[in-house]
Design a protein around this ligand. Structure first.
Ligand code: G6P
Length: 364
């Protein structure tokens, strides 16, 4: 590789540590304090177009699809536009109904993923408006879309995505704020979200400063053959992405479930050898999440919580700083990137190039 590892043992470690700067770059020059909104120069969507959007459909693969799931929630919450995310490959093979009032968003780090590009081309053929949320400037998806947002994460070398995921989610936060402020999001709420966004780089530094605790925990949990990841609403896509990160890089089997669905099946798997990683934000669902921890504890399951305060029912808690409820998902996955990294390291895995995986999948 031509690009310097800067004293880190892997690109994954380097890229995890670049996140505060990367987020700072995604925000730079975009915040408009006067009107409590953001400027997204390349969006190519005026206020009238933005107000005409009836639905948002986000398409991506892998980690980018997970970023899209968080993005969809932010858009629904802040702009009150129905939104959802779907794997681009599923979308393009089910002969989807393409609706002129839907805003389609293609998410991709490389901008070259074949399934995403093919979905964009199919949408364009049917006259849809498609935006890109892309990292690599001038890539195929950036060129094919009608406009979009560059996430400005900088080059990402490790096959598993970390800083680009975070910047994608931050970029969705910016888009949700922008769409919200063309609609019913108040000046006061716009201001509150802007303040939350500005806090992110400092809060990321705080999370990374806790690296030693995460390393210890990872060594302990690396003995597990399988792990469960749970979350609810904002925490669920965080759990899905954390579970993907762990399996990609450590090869430990992991699955993610909405905490509320445990009792409909996965609770049967819970026993001391099957630890659960629980995303427990301090929001309106805190008590519900605590009840899930109790159910797991009652079955002698081990629990690692990622939360805004120590969780009594958990065996261990990684405490992360609180932001605005709508933005918490941006931060809660970051300690679990380090958790995946240290688990893989304890197991002697090829961290930057996991077996059977490629950084970008440009064929079907
Ligand atoms: C591959 C990579 C993943 C990535 C996915 C989508 O599977 O291994 O890390 O999330 O492709 O890539 P993209 O470049 O479109 O974000």
């Amino acid at each position: 590789e031509s690009y310097d590892m800067g004293g880190h043992d892997t690109y994954m470690h380097k890229e995890i540590h670049e996140q505060a700067d990367a987020v700072d770059r995604a925000l730079r020059g975009r915040i408009d304090d006067r009107f409590s909104t953001v400027h997204l120069g390349g969006l190519n969507l005026d206020a009238r177009d933005a107000r005409a959007v009836r639905r948002v459909k986000i398409l991506g693969c892998g980690t980018s699809y997970h970023a899209g799931q968080i993005g969809a929630q932010m858009i629904e919450e802040l702009a009150r536009i129905p939104a959802d995310a779907e794997p681009a490959s599923e979308f393009r093979y089910r002969n989807p109904v393409v609706d002129p009032d839907t805003l389609y968003i293609a998410v991709s780090q490389s901008g070259e993923t074949y399934d995403v590009l093919a979905a964009v081309q199919e949408l364009k053929r049917k006259g849809a408006r498609v935006l890109g949320l892309v990292n690599v400037v001038g890539s195929a998806i950036a060129r094919e879309t009608d406009g979009g947002i560059y996430v400005h994460a900088g080059p990402e070398v490790c096959v598993v995505s970390t800083k680009c995921f975070t910047n994608m989610v931050v970029s969705f936060g910016l888009l949700a704020l922008h769409l919200g402020r063309t609609r019913d999001l108040s000046v006061a709420d716009g201001k509150r979200i802007i303040e939350g966004l500005r806090k992110l780089p400092g809060q990321i530094e705080e999370i990374l400063a806790n690296e030693a605790q995460i390393e210890e925990l990872a060594k302990e949990y690396a003995e597990a053959k399988s792990m469960m990841f749970i979350g609810r609403v904002r925490g669920y896509p965080v759990a899905r992405e954390a579970s993907l990160k762990l399996k990609e890089v450590s090869y430990i089997h992991a699955e993610a479930y909405p905490a509320s669905e445990l009792k409909h099946g996965p609770l049967a798997l819970i026993e001391p050898a099957m630890p659960t990683v629980a995303i427990v934000p301090d929001d309106e669902l805190l008590e519900k999440n605590r009840a899930a921890l109790e159910e797991i504890k009652a079955r002698s399951g081990r629990i690692l919580a990622v939360a805004h305060q120590e969780q009594e029912k958990a065996d261990h808690t990684i405490v992360v700083p609180k932001n605005e409820d709508e933005l918490d998902a941006i931060l809660m996955g970051i300690p679990l990137q380090l958790f995946a990294y240290y688990t893989a390291k304890a197991m002697g895995r090829d961290i930057d190039k996991p077996r059977n995986l490629a950084k970008s999948v440009t064929v079907e």
